[in-house]
Structure formats: C-alpha cells, structure tokens
Design a protein around this ligand. Structure first.
Ligand code: F6R
Length: 369
C-alpha cells in the first residue's frame, strides 16, 4: 500500500527519518548504547584484529560509510568488500576477523555465500539485515536488525540510512567494549545520532519540492558526476548508483581527490557535477580541499550542484545550485547528504516518466549469483 504516495519509493524516502529513529529505538539507554542482540560477544569484540564488511550495491556503500565510524570509534582496521569479489579471491581470514554482512533483503545470494565462506574459514559473523528471519541472519553468529520497515521499491533508500545507523550503533558498542571511547564520548555521539531523524525531516519539509523541480529541469541531461571526500565519497557513489538505476542516465561517483588522476578529463562545459561538501566548521581542512576541487571543475565549465551545510557561504560563489542540509557532526553528515540525492534521482526519473519502483532489468532481491 503506497499510503497515498505516487510511488513506493516516494513513500520510502518520506520514511527515512523513521527508519533511523526505529533502528535506534530500544538500543540507547541514558546515553549508553546497549544492543541486546550482541550480549555475550564482548570477548569476541575485545579480541578481534580486523573487521571485513561484505555487501553488494547500496548496502556496500553503507558499509563504506560505516568503516569510518568503526575505525575512528572502535579503532579496528576495516575493509569493505563486495561480497562477490570477496569469496572468489582466497581472502586471509581467521578467528581474529569479524565479518559484518549488510543486506536489506537478507537473501542476496552473493552476500549469503560470502558469509558462509567466512564462517567456514573460522571468522565470526554479524549480520545487519532489514528482514526478520531471512537467510543471511540465520547463517550468522549474531544479528543486528535495521528497523526500516518493508522496502518495496527496487531502489534502496530508507534501508540505506538504517544500515548506516546500525553500523554506527555497532561502532559505538564495540568502541565501548574495547575502551577506545569513554562513556562521555559515546553519549556525545549518541546525542548527535539521535538528532538525525529530525534533521532529515527538515530536509524533506524544506527542500523536497525544490529538489524535485530542479531534477525536472535536468530531465534531458545525459550524464551526471558525483564527487565527495571522506564519508562524502560513498555518498557520491550512492548518488550515482541511484540515478543510473532508476533514471537510466550515465552517472559516476568519484573521490574528489581522484579528480586530477583522471576523471577531470571528463569535465566539459555544462557537465553537471554534484559535490558533497563537508562542514566548514566541523571539517575545515576537508572543506577547503573540496572547495578547491569545485573551483577546478568550475574553471573547466562544470555546472556545480553543491550539497552543503546551511550557512556555508564559501561554496556560494562557485555553485550553480546549492542543496542545503542541516549542520551536523562529520560522521552524521552522510545520513543527511544522501537525502537530497535520493530525492533528486526520484525526481529526475519521475520527470522522464519512468516507473521509479520497478526499473528495467532489476529485481528487488538478487537470489542468483
Ligand atoms: C540499489 C539497490 C541494490 C541493493 C543490492 C543489495 O538501490 O537496491 O544495489 O542494495 O542489491 O541488496 P541487499 O541489501 O538486499 O543485499
């Protein structure tokens, strides 16, 4: 039931605030992260030397975002691997490796086979999954469910923000167990994450209409590039995937620092480029790097669409369009920056008259390899 929305995707984007809130619910008590599903695993978390995150598509991009939190907060080295690449390359894993799988459906064959492979190799597995009782969680040692609610549209939206939320909870939990975070630090991060649903809602209330209209103006575009740094990089990849998936437009995401190593050759007058801009106050160094990337592409004629913090005056002179997001801590920012990109992809596909819920050639759950 679309509940009055024009598509399941529109409904599910509108549910992004609840997806985050519901994934947090019951897992935070007085500023302390407590995930009952992980009870009894403290020795495991204290003893691991490495985490490998395995997933496909959008879930893998959530994993890339989670890597920053797991490394920064829990101080464990993290590799993020596409499940189908992981299992066919004889990876080095053992009992000191924690494998974290991420899957909305819990049925993705590539991810399932990678989890089985990891278990057979002696690794412990935690699964982050949105579907109760699905196959991947049943094959795992522990499960942290995302509570985004059923996702019907093929393109994943609310599950993505819920996956990042679950990874952040996991990172805070493991950081607490390993003693790499103090209770005060955990409480501070928890406060920032708890503010996310309201901030996403603000983007939807204030900007959705404008972004959809803007996407409509771009309906004839043949190619869109997305740039980001740090946690903005996986968000650039996600923005590009969503756009190609439902609007059939060529789209590519790049790490902004990689520009001069090749992709800048693609920039010609009029080329639309989305740039995820870090907070000028929270991440001044990254911010100035990204602003100079914007200047570089702008000098070559790119049409810059900046996703930037409210009040960021530095990007204004160089951006043709600014999509604003509320002020947030650096690791919280991706949960906000992705929202305009989801709205944009949906708006553009809708303007092209496409079925946003059922893009061609794709299935919601990929149960074959
Ligand atoms: C993109 C999308 C896919 C899935 C991928 C993994 O919008 O939906 O890239 O994210 O097929 O699916 P799950 O999470 O069910 O394992």
């Amino acid at each position: 039931d679309k509940g009055g929305w024009s598509s399941f995707m529109a409904k599910e984007v509108s549910e992004e605030p609840e997806a985050v809130a519901n994934t947090l619910r019951g897992r935070i008590r007085d500023g302390v992260v407590s995930i009952p599903e992980l009870d009894g695993l403290d020795d495991l978390f204290a003893g691991i030397n490495r985490i490998i995150v395995i997933a496909c598509g959008t879930a893998a991009y959530a994993g890339m975002v989670g890597k920053y939190a797991l490394e920064q907060w829990a101080r464990v080295p993290v590799d993020v691997e596409l499940a189908h690449e992981f299992r066919y390359r004889d990876p080095v894993i053992g009992s000191d490796t924690l494998v974290v799988s991420i899957s909305q459906s819990g049925e993705t064959m590539d991810t399932l086979m990678a989890v089985k492979y990891a278990r057979e190799a002696g690794a412990k597995t935690v699964s982050i999954c949105n579907t109760q009782g699905a196959t991947i969680p049943r094959e795992s040692d522990a499960i942290v469910y995302t509570h985004a609610g059923p996702e019907v549209a093929v393109a994943s939206t609310k599950a993505f923000v819920a996956q990042i939320t679950a990874l952040y909870l996991l990172a805070l939990h493991v950081g607490g167990v390993r003693g790499t975070l103090t209770p005060t630090e955990i409480a501070q991060h928890v406060l920032e994450i708890e503010a996310v649903p309201e901030k996403i809602q603000r983007i939807l209330d204030r900007s959705q209409e404008h972004i959809e209209q803007f996407a409509g103006w771009m309906a004839d575009t043949r190619s869109v590039l997305f740039l980001g740094r740090h946690v903005g990089y996986p968000i650039a990849l996600e923005g590009a995937l969503k756009l190609k998936e439902i609007s059939y437009i060529h789209a590519e995401g790049f790490a902004a620092g990689e520009l001069k190593h090749g992709p800048i050759a693609l920039i010609e007058p009029g080329q639309p480029v989305f740039v995820i801009v870090p907070s000028p106050r929270e991440s001044p160094v990254l911010h100035s790097k990204v602003v100079s990337n914007i200047q570089e592409i702008r000098a070559r004629g790119a049409r810059v669409i900046a996703v930037a913090e409210e009040g960021d005056a530095a990007v204004l002179p160089f951006a043709d369009e600014v999509l604003h997001i509320p002020v947030a801590a650096p690791l919280v920012e991706p949960l906000l920056a992705v929202v305009p990109l989801h709205i944009f992809a949906m708006g553009l596909a809708t303007a092209k008259g496409l079925d946003v819920d059922q893009p061609r050639n794709l299935a919601k759950s990929v149960t074959v390899e």
